[in-house]
Design a binder for this molecule. Structure first.
Ligand code: 3NM
Ligand code: MG
Length: 519
């Protein structure tokens, strides 16, 4: 072997496929060479159907190509083929020959990788001396249907954190359904502060591409580049040391900025709150569009605004539209607010939450206690879209939003009498608002819209933007509720819209008296 396993570049790992559906009538060796020219950094020959003689013959051809380009070639499962060809190593699954035996046969120099789905498998592979782990299956994929478990980015992250804890320096890639539209957020969301992924392993997004060279170029650029939605300042410690009160002070700036730039807020929201949400968006100073048709999202995403996905009246068609819009906004880094309305009410909604979390990256997830618990994976039974009786202490709520924000690498807001919000580093509790907000429909939904406008106006700090949206909305509610002309829920709604508007106007005049109510 000419390549020290320690220095292998795992950034873009091409795995071949033996089914003709993916390769069609093209020559595998040519496809692999084009992919390497495009930037693939390591190749695995995976062929579950050919006879041994054909395997060796193809592997030799592949090895000629990979050697020419100084890229390692590994063989899936078949130690004998790797030995016959003299290539750089093998990749073994949990049902293949064990790692210790493979190492004995291939020697110290060989690159040996292992497929792992669980923490225990990962720990064992590290202990037994794997050079890298192939973590998966991240997303369900037609390329391989007999996989053990779909673990998502959350499962991938748990495995990375567990092996980091043991001090392992093993290289890691993830596999399963990775393509250009999700590769950046998969790498971003899978990484914990302790350990990130070294790359991604891909079959169909390269092999089935019309132009495998171009597809590889694009994928490599994405793997190496900073994701557009990763706008957090690099110095996290600095932000952590800022006090809650300084965040409140800076909220005034965010609210003013939103009023000045008047960003677009693209709402894919439920039938109940369309009008209310559009009015709140205007009152906050934003520019709303209520557009539930996913095909429009690519054009709208280019306008620098944000997207609200509110599944309050979810339908199968709606889910397809949401996924399309999420792709469009993720591609340009347009912030997305997810409102998992009634997420814990029905089986359909629980599944919808899961599929949306897998479909893209959300900058902010906002919900009541039952909804946030559902997103986290706790089984709760919501009564309709209401949260239901609280079963958690404030401490537990704060911990939950922090942990979910860490898992998703985003901001999580749990609304209630006290609201909790966190970006995984900073966690705040907000005691503003008024009980009349609970007596009208859609107050939570329109808060999502208000937050989306702050996010679009203030991209450099999602938590601050979210806090500003929350304070603006809830303080307006307090002021409205205290008005003499407000006699109950009916008169509260127009007063709320007025007071949101009044705060916007005072923010434009650089008056921040309203923020004195923040607590
Ligand atoms: N192994 P695509 S998933 C070869 O989970 C393979 O171990 C998997 O193909 C695992 O990039 C998979 O087309 C197929 O989704 C990945
Ligand atoms: Mg295998």
């Amino acid at each position: 072997a000419y390549q020290d396993p320690k220095y292998v570049d795992f950034s873009l790992y091409l795995v071949t496929d033996s089914t003709s559906a993916i390769l069609r009538d093209r020559d595998l060796v040519e496809v692999v060479e084009a992919a390497i020219e495009g930037g693939v950094t390591i190749v695995q020959y995976r062929d579950k159907v050919s006879d041994t003689a054909a395997l060796v013959s193809t592997a030799k051809k592949l090895h000629n190509v990979t050697r020419k380009h100084q890229v390692p070639l590994l063989i899936n499962d078949r130690i004998d083929v790797a030995l016959a060809v003299g290539c750089e190593g093998v990749h073994i699954g949990q049902d293949d020959l064990d790692l210790t035996s493979a190492r004995r046969l291939l020697g110290k120099e060989a690159i040996i990788g292992v497929t792992v789905t669980t923490i225990a498998e990962a720990q064992k592979a590290c202990k037994d001396g794997a050079n890298y782990l192939g973590i998966g299956t991240v997303f369900a994929t037609p390329t391989k249907t007999n996989t053990k478990d779909i673990i998502g980015t959350a499962g991938t992250k748990e495995i990375l954190a567990a092996i980091a804890k043991e001090g392992s320096h093993v290289a890691t890639v993830c596999i399963g359904g990775i393509n250009a539209s999700n590769v950046q957020r998969v790498m971003y969301q899978s990484s914990s502060p302790e350990k990130g992924l070294d790359g991604v392993a891909i079959v169909s997004a390269i092999v089935a591409a019309k132009d495998p060279k171009h597809a590889s170029q694009e994928l490599l650029k994405l793997v190496k580049g900073n994701p557009p939605f990763n706008t957090a300042p690099p110095n996290m410690d600095l932000r952590r040391n800022l006090s809650a009160s300084s965040h409140v002070e800076r909220s005034a700036q965010v609210v003013r900025e939103a009023a000045e730039v008047s960003p677009l807020s693209h709402n894919m929201t439920n039938l109940v709150v369309q009008n209310f949400a559009a009015n709140v968006a205007l009152a906050v100073g934003g520019s709303p569009i209520m557009a539930n048709y996913g095909e429009e999202a690519a054009d709208l995403a280019k306008l620098g605004g944000s997207l609200v996905i509110n599944m309050g009246t979810v339908t199968p068609e709606g889910l397809i539209n949401y996924a399309k819009a999420m792709r469009a906004y993720n591609l340009v880094g347009g912030p997305i607010v997810f409102d998992p309305v009634g997420g814990g009410a029905t089986a359909v909604r629980r599944d919808a939450v899961k599929s949306l979390l897998a479909a893209g990256y959300f900058d902010v997830i906002k919900g009541n206690e039952g909804e946030i618990k559902t997103v986290f994976g706790t089984v709760v039974q919501q009564k309709g879209v209401d949260s239901g009786a609280s079963t958690s202490t404030d401490e537990e709520k704060a911990t939950l939003v922090r942990d979910l924000a860490r898992r998703e690498c985003n901001v999580v807001v749990m609304t209630g009498a006290t609201d909790f919000l966190s970006d995984g580093q900073r966690t705040f509790a907000v005691n503003n608002g008024h009980e009349l907000l609970g007596a009208i429909t859609g107050s939570g939904c329109v808060l999502g819209t208000a937050i989306s406008i702050m996010l679009a106006a203030w991209k450099e700090d999602r938590l601050l933007a979210t806090l500003a949206g929350l304070l603006h909305f809830e303080i307006a509610a307090e002021i409205a509720a205290e008005r003499d002309d407000v006699k109950g829920p009916g008169s509260f709604v127009p007063a709320l819209i007025d007071e949101i508007y009044n705060i916007q106007k005072s923010a434009l005049k650089r008056e921040s008296d309203w923020l004195k109510r923040a607590n």
